[in-house]
Design a protein. Structure first.
Ligand SMILES: [Fe+3]
Ligand SMILES: [Fe+3]
Lengths: 285, 95, 285, 95
């Protein structure tokens, strides 16, 4: 049996690494840096053998010619982000081994737990993976298992399906024959708009951000699922459905309130959330 | 329903340098044989992003495409983009 | 509410159309021709507005770079088979409109019923679709909704998942807002071997074929699911997992015994099965 | 685990006439830069289908590939194929 040791959710805002590294960061950015350093420490303290990373792809790779809602990558090694992302955001590349045994184990168990994962033997990871990995494990020394979710190309699964899939992944991990210590890292969004009329240089909907993070902090998955409809998310900002990955994390945590959670509003970019569940001491369900 | 075909063009131009060059060399030729409406074809050839936005092109790749192929000065393009699409609100972009 | 009016399962053996059209067909082939003419008549009598066609792709299109277990095609029109299939088997092309409203409806409902369909806006249909469509609706005048299943690239979902997905599709159809009359056409295999040591010029495992068709005739889904393991199917012939689509049909029929079922063994090719559930008169569950 | 890369070659050669021509013109060049083991590379270059079968190439596309590229007389190839791979039984072909 594999052991789930830590669940961490952060943003994959591709501007954030540059803002942190840049000259004279504003207080909100310094706060993000400190928060994410804490997340890095948390994951290190949990001593995972493998990081299951749950994130999206920004139509860089999976497209509407064959768009799976949930896909597991199982090539031996992976890297990212895409060249045009490096160009646009000046991102640092990330490379890691894939833990094929765990990837195949999850894939094999998935049907039994009612989830239909697509799989891929040839893929890369875009900034939704490389940005959070760069924050939480810049050493690039822990093998990963990438799980891609469709949050970009409608129709995307509704929030309750993300919640159910999170619960199912938890159960799959619990029956994996490998004795691995498994850390979960996921990235998503709060309210963000890209390519729409709203500016992307601040939270696109502070009310949505505060409301949702409050519900997450309280472990109130039921209300999150009820309120985070496609319509409400889109109204908050046209790429806000990336929020769905946080709902999946709530499912992975079986609805328990996180051990650490926070939200900051830098002046020049989208809100910066974090949430973490520490599971090494056992998890009161 | 040819919205998918528009998105496909946007994405090819963003992701594939050969496609980008072909598009920039002769957009009409690049689009030949594709199942596009006249409006969509014209919108792509003219890089008329407000028109494409209104027709339901995926906003994420539409903005990436526009930033990539915009032929004139790009200072202020972001602000101008937002302003010019704003009247169209939030068109459905499901394919 | 849409109405499910007929469920038909036949083979997609790409040699069969040529054997039927060829000179001096043997009695087993004449029998197949008569059986499949009956299936065509049954579907015509059910007067469907749309054919939901459940079949596989032979690595012609979906590959292990992005292999979804279940995918719905929703481009406005489709055609097939692939050029190299036409060349190899001298197959007649098939072209049809896609009923986008029904395709999108199923896709949208799927999460609610616990199925994670991938979707595609750009695809073709290979011989697994065109052969059964050529038998059952050569007129090419009814719009289709193609549902692709992965039965070629392991790991494929186990038989009980195919059964569950069949049940779920039935429920999705029942809540579709469209008032359409829906016919289901599916193709699969019994024991077949391609590219393995066994010859493909007769059933690769008569015992498997007879056993499974007897169980299907009896509506004994439970035993089918128990016995049609990946190992047993592979032992019967290395592409036998295509049998899984018939298991899905049993799920669609909620385990009821079919109204018509048959099996013949031509001398020079794989066994020819058929199964049909007539639902226009209401379905006793 | 480079079995996927073998299957990818088989499938390209079957599906894509340009790839077929490139493979037939110079197989070694066609395979350059691909992540294949020495055994797999040699098996592909020599069209040594029993070796590829033994290594776990997908039987369905391996036979399609072999029928497509076999350089000699193809009468009897089907029977010969079955006979020559038979000693290897049923290798796992999961990627
Ligand atoms: Fe994103
Ligand atoms: Fe088949």
């Amino acid at each position: 049996m594999a052991e789930l040791v830590e669940i961490i959710g952060i943003t994959h805002n591709p501007y954030l690494p540059g803002m942190i590294a840049g000259p004279d960061p504003e207080p909100g950015i310094c706060q993000a840096e400190a928060d994410y350093a804490r997340m890095r420490q948390k994951m290190a303290d949990a001593r995972p053998d493998v990081l299951v990373v749950i994130a999206s792809d920004h139509l860089n790779q999976w497209f509407m010619d064959n768009m799976p809602p949930f896909l597991i990558g199982k090539a031996p090694r992976t890297h990212g982000p895409a060249p045009q992302e490096v160009r646009t955001f000046r991102l640092t590349p990330y490379e890691a081994d894939v833990d094929i045994e765990v990837a195949k184990g999850l894939l094999r168990e998935s049907s039994r737990f009612g989830v239909d994962f697509a799989f891929s033997d040839e893929f890369f990871i875009d900034h939704a993976f490389t940005v959070p990995l760069g924050f939480v494990r810049p050493e690039m020394d822990i093998p990963i298992v990438p799980i891609f979710t469709n949050v970009m190309a409608p129709p995307i699964p509704p929030a309750d399906r993300f919640y159910q899939v999170g619960q199912a992944i938890r159960r799959m991990i619990e029956v994996l024959p490998s004795g691995r210590r498994i850390g979960i890292l996921s990235s998503g969004h709060l309210a963000v708009e890209v390519g729409g009329p709203k500016s992307s240089s601040y939270s696109a909907d502070v009310e949505f951000d505060e409301r949702m993070m409050k519900l997450i902090a309280a472990g109130d998955a039921e209300t999150v699922v009820k309120e985070a409809t496609w319509e409400r998310m889109l109204q908050a900002g046209n790429v806000t459905p990336g929020f769905s990955n946080y709902v999946l994390l709530m499912g992975l945590a079986h609805g328990r309130a996180p051990d650490a959670v926070g939200l900051h509003f830098p002046k020049k970019t989208a809100a910066v959330p974090y949430m973490a569940w520490d599971l090494t001491q056992g998890d009161a369900r | 329903m040819t919205r998918y075909q528009v998105d496909k063009v946007l994405r090819q131009v963003i992701n594939d340098d050969t496609a980008l060059e072909a598009f920039q060399r002769d957009a009409a030729a690049f689009l030949e044989g594709r199942d596009l409406s006249d409006e969509e074809r014209k919108g792509l050839i003219d890089i008329d992003y407000p028109a494409l936005y209104k027709l339901g092109a995926h906003p994420f790749i539409l903005s990436g495409f526009t930033m990539r192929v915009w032929p004139a000065d790009r200072r202020g393009l972001q602000a101008e983009y937002q302003e010019r699409i704003a009247p169209h609100g939030y068109p459905d972009f499901e394919t």
